[in-house]
Design a protein around this ligand. Structure first.
Ligand code: G6P
Ligand code: ZN
Length: 579
């Protein structure tokens, strides 16, 4: 392994140490930078901030300073990203610091491209020690917008808070960056380059992931649907990372027509778009699906390929329903789940539709805080197979990240299975048929989320404090209009596997009929505060299932707005996004 003696007292700018294995390692003196604390999902800032002198380098070095040396010394790491602006430069910085800290080999996606789920898959398949993902997920990219970095551990899962807290601590005391003096690596061709004992392998970002998908799903079943002339499919890659995956998977493997992929070329600024697959930001797709004679199934994924949105013809599948429906059908339609899912889980604000499936299938069920990282331990312990979040994340224990393309393949499997015996010309079972059947047998959990983006932090924090105070004074039986309080709290979670506790994860008011109103501040924004308000109401009566969610939830939404005094605290009349 490469070893460098850090002169912790006062590093001199010219200190250069040649290691025994032929690479020069430069010790670059640096100073702590404030504000490098990671949020729900990695460190995210405006790209301009990351481009300031040692901003990125400090964080990467602080990360190495936080890991036990045996986790990277002579080890294997993976590096990928969503193709956004600054990824190319950042990749070179990360590679040099990895080499400088004694990493043995780094696997990099060609052109620095690799989706978040693919990085997780590659870490697991290649038994890597961990991996970096250069992405600010669904946040816009380009010189004026966002950049981000995430670190995943050897199970392929986002680093736990114990590690990210350590990284933050180390960013506040850092004095030296260890950088290998190697030339920039050519990331445009697949192949292996050696620098002394340090190896960089540029890999095809799709092949390992595709192989995994072929093991999870019945590709010939999906092909039988996707290649039908009476089934029309459209996938919107939003000019983000899944553009690199869509053609090889949907077109080349599954027989979709090349025109079924839209915005399929990853661009540094996502084509000026906001690569978040929801009803607001994936408007092009929504317009097509709700237009005259729209396709039968439409889907989109976000910047780094872990989120998904599923639409039928003029029909939106809310993510909370999507995971419930996938779970209810998995055993029959998806080979990976042939012996039945081990358990199901959702994040706290996600609707209770999944709970009902777990109950009916008699499966272990878990409610965790917002953040995919909370599912990992349950999966590693063999207690959880399928999980999802209202924030357009769905996935399973095939990897340790949510997985956009997996969700699309799951829905294609469900629709394909229902239609496998349909002759040409026979009416196909549609996405909305499947969802409505599900509601008819389980009841419908009406759900909506209101986002108030880029609020002033002060007002948003005051609102949450106010709500916490309200919660502490509330008691079961309190009347809120025509709703009776069952309980109110600030959600806390004790991980059943390692006993770690996450507190203050969202203020919730749960009423006696199961309705819920929930408030939390987003952990993924990069400017100001984003207030999220979640509204849910269960409706067993089939005759009411066709109601529009906004209409059905109106009384509860009004109640949530008045209970929280949201307009007073934030000065906002209307949400920026409704899902
Ligand atoms: C990311 C995380 C998810 C989380 C979502 C929303 O996508 O991976 O696990 O649900 O962000 O987080 P936020 O804190 O912005 O509500
Ligand atoms: Zn994402």
């Amino acid at each position: 392994p490469l070893t460098v003696k850090a002169s912790s007292a006062s590093p001199s700018p010219s200190a250069t140490v040649t290691d025994s294995q032929g690479i020069k390692i430069k010790s670059v003196p640096t100073k702590p930078i404030e504000g490098q604390k990671t949020g729900t999902s990695g460190l995210r800032k405006k790209v301009k901030v990351f481009m300031e002198e040692n901003y990125l380098a400090n964080w990467i070095q602080a990360l190495f300073n936080s890991l036990p040396p045996e986790d990277y010394n002579n080890g294997l790491l993976v590096l990928g990203g969503d193709g956004r602006y600054f990824n190319r430069e950042a990749a070179q910085i990360i590679i040099k610091i990895a080499a400088g800290n004694g990493v043995g080999k780094i696997l990099v996606g060609k052109e620095g491209i690799m989706s978040t789920p693919a990085v997780s898959a590659v870490i697991r398949k290649r038994k890597a020690n961990g991996g970096f993902i250069m992405s600010a997920s669904h946040n816009p990219g380009g010189p004026e917008y966002d950049w981000g970095i995430k670190f995943n551990y050897s199970s392929g899962q986002p680093a736990p808070e114990s590690i990210t807290d350590k990284i933050y601590g180390n960013t506040l005391s850092i004095s030296e960056i260890k950088m290998a003096e190697i030339p920039d690596v050519d990331l445009s061709c697949v192949g292996v380059t050696k620098y002394g004992n340090f190896i960089v392998e540029v890999v095809d970002p799709v092949s390992d992931y595709l192989e995994l998908m072929e093991n999870v799903f019945d590709f010939s079943l999906i092909r039988s649907l996707v290649s039908r002339s009476d089934f029309r499919f459209i996938f919107d890659a939003m000019h983000a990372v899944t553009g690199a995956y869509a053609k090889p998977i949907f077109v080349d493997k599954l027989g979709a027509s090349p025109e079924s992929i839209s915005n399929g070329v990853p661009l540094e600024d996502f084509g000026h778009g906001h690569p978040d697959p929801n009803l607001t930001y994936a408007k092009d797709l929504v317009d097509i699906m709700y237009g005259e004679n729209g396709p039968d199934l439409g889907a989109a994924s976000d910047g780094d390929g872990d989120r998904n949105m599923i639409l039928g013809q003029a029909f939106f599948v809310t993510p909370s329903d999507s995971v419930a429906i996938i779970a209810a059908n998995a055993q029959e339609d998806i080979p990976y789940f042939r012996s039945g899912p081990k358990g199901l889980a959702r994040s706290m604000p996600t609707s209770g539709a999944l709970d009902r499936v777990a109950q009916k299938l008699n499966l272990p069920f878990f409610e965790v805080p917002t953040g995919w990282k909370f599912f990992g331990n349950l999966m590693d312990a063999g207690n959880l197979s399928i999980c999802g979040e209202e924030s357009f994340g769905t996935g399973s224990d095939h990897i340790r990240e949510k997985d956009g393309i997996w969700a699309v393949l799951a829905w294609l499997s469900i629709i394909a299975y229902r239609n496998k015996d349909k002759k040409p010309g026979e009416k196909l079972v549609s996405v909305s048929d499947v969802v409505k059947e599900h509601w008819a047998s389980y009841g419908r959990n009406f759900f909506s989320r209101y986002d108030y983006e880029e609020c002033e932090s002060e007002g948003a924090n005051k609102m949450i404090d106010y709500l916490r105070d309200l919660v502490s004074k509330s008691k079961p039986g309190d009347k809120y209009g025509c709703y009776v309080l069952q309980f109110a709290d600030d959600f806390a979670y004790t991980d059943p596997v390692d006993g770690s506790v996450a507190s203050k994860q969202g203020v919730r008011f749960v009423f006696s009929d199961g309705s819920r109103i929930i408030f939390r501040l987003s952990g993924t924004g990069s400017a100001g505060a984003t207030v999220r308000m979640y509204i849910e109401q269960f409706e067993p009566d089939v005759s009411k299932h066709d109601m529009d969610a906004q209409t059905a939830l109106k009384p509860l939404i009004d109640l949530a707005l008045s209970v929280s005094k949201l307009k007073d605290f934030t000065g906002r009349e209307k949400p920026t996004v409704i899902t």
